[in-house]
Design a protein around this ligand. Structure first.
Ligand code: TRP
Length: 459
């Protein structure tokens, strides 16, 4: 993904399907299977789901369209697109860079979680089905310094080998095969999990909004998750837009990505949340387990199923795959930004990515073990990186995109760009969102998450 600026040489996706598959491949990852269910469980179940879906079709739509359309028109990545429309000045550079820095914060801790997935896959392969379902298995694993560092490095090494080889077509081919298999397997596990005794309570909790469970934090968390899951506000869609052919209906392609991504997230919720009710009781404490939720409840479901070793191994292979495709594109984004902006060779840029992943990832990994008494504003390191990227930098990056569209490109010109290939059905809504609702909302979210992190304001 180099940003040479010469459109003649720029690579492109084969067509609408090519773009949708690539964007969905980047979107569907740990965010859908691991992050979405634990946030939904913690922040209100059905109320969270409803807020999330509303945000996807309004906010998510607005930002996705803005990034893709501008990237396609400018034929540049985020930093280049900001320069092309905003002029070569400090403000544009800042806007572009804030977008570019987010993946550098996410990629390292993404590899730590990827390492957890690897560890569980290994456990199923060697037949530790009962052990993996034990209550303290997960805790013992992440608090052991050598164990969690080892699997983090294995996952990061897989990611970086692909970056060094630069094989993009291989990954795309494999993900076209693996993604549908993941969906089928998720269906099977979700049905199994929903039909366990007492699971019905969980299905109700997840699907039926109950506004007693609603809080301002539901909105903050849902918004952060929407950015994360759709890979928004981090330069990805500028880059992918720049590879999109001129005749692809941009609105339609965006909708397909959103539907695919949300479907996988909802399936993951249906696998995990009913299982929490069936196996651990749907108590507030169990529901708010956070990042460990998938690793603690799913193994209990598997231990209970026939053929658990195979099902568990198959499941973690597929999660691993979804995680690897996403982490490769995160690392690729870091590498291409370093390459373009620091004017260094691709090889040097990739080594710099290795250093960033290793240093920040080690902090996240050790934050649960050797460095567990070190906290930043009351958070463990991994939580802190997640918070800094999703709750602080992404709202600012998204705000910069709104400013770029409204102030620099202009709404009428933007509409013309979109209408080159699609009817722009939600034009009115788009205008209201990009100009008023999104910027105000983003600032409110930013302020409230910062204030609450410092304990000044509790959500
Ligand atoms: N969207 C991915 C997921 O749901 C994670 C992710 C966030 C990502 N930002 C990204 C992937 C940028 C690739 C590129 O897991």
């Amino acid at each position: 993904m180099s940003d040479s600026g010469k459109s003649a040489k720029r690579s492109s996706f084969s067509g609408s399907i090519g773009y949708v598959m690539a964007a969905a491949g980047s979107a569907v990852g740990l965010g859908n299977i691991w992050r979405f269910p634990y946030l939904a469980a913690k922040y209100g179940g059905g109320a969270f789901l409803l807020v999330y879906i509303i945000l996807v079709v309004t906010f998510g739509y607005t930002l996705m369209l803005s990034e893709t359309a501008l990237g396609r028109k400018a034929r540049k990545s985020a930093v280049g697109t900001f320069k092309a429309y905003g002029g070569d000045n400090g403000a544009s550079r800042l806007g572009g860079w804030i977008n570019a820095i987010v993946p550098m914060i996410i990629a390292p801790y993404y590899c730590v979680i990827g390492g957890w997935v690897f560890k569980y896959l290994y456990a199923y392969i060697v037949g530790d089905v009962k052990e993996a379902a034990g209550d303290s298995y997960f805790g013992n694993f992440i608090t052991s310094t050598s164990g969690s560092m080892f699997w983090f490095i294995v996952f990061a090494a897989f990611t970086m080998v692909v970056i060094f080889m630069g094989v993009e077509s291989g990954i795309e081919k494999v993900s076209k095969f693996m993604m549908p298999v993941l969906v089928v397997l998720a269906f099977v596990i979700a049905i199994y999990s929903m039909t366990r005794p007492d699971a019905a309570e969980g299905v109700k909790y997840f699907l039926i909004p109950n506004f007693h469970h609603f809080s301002w934090m539901t909105v903050v968390a849902a918004l952060g998750q929407m950015f994360y899951s759709l890979s928004l506000a981090m330069g990805i869609l500028y880059t992918y837009g720049s590879y999109m052919k001129d005749d692809v209906n941009i609105e339609h392609a965006g909708n397909q990505v959103q539907i695919f991504d949300s479907l996988v997230a909802i399936l993951a919720g249906l696998m995990i949340i009913p299982a929490v009710f069936a196996y651990s009781g749907g108590t507030a404490k169990n529901l708010s387990a956070g990042p460990s939720l998938m690793f603690i409840t799913l193994p209990k479901v598997f231990a209970d199923m026939g053929g658990s070793r195979i099902v568990g191994a198959a499941f973690f292979v597929l999660v691993l795959f979804a995680a690897l495709t996403s982490s490769i594109s995160l690392a690729e984004t870091c590498t291409s930004t370093f390459q373009d902006e620091l004017k260094i060779s691709r090889n040097k840029a990739a080594w710099l990515t290795v250093v960033v992943i290793f240093v920040l990832g080690s902090l996240s990994s050790l934050g649960y073990s050797a460095l567990s008494n070190v906290t930043i504003i009351g958070m463990q390191m991994l939580d802190f990186f997640d918070f800094a990227s999703n709750s602080v930098l992404m709202p600012i990056a998204a705000f910069a995109t709104c400013l770029l569209v409204v102030r620099k490109v202009g709404l009428d010109k933007f509409s013309d760009i979109v209408k080159e290939t699609s009817p722009f059905r939600r034009e009115k809504m788009y205008r209201v969102f990009v100009k008023y609702i999104a910027p105000v909302f983003l600032m409110v979210i930013l302020l409230s998450s910062i204030l609450s992190a410092f304990g000044i304001f509790s959500l």
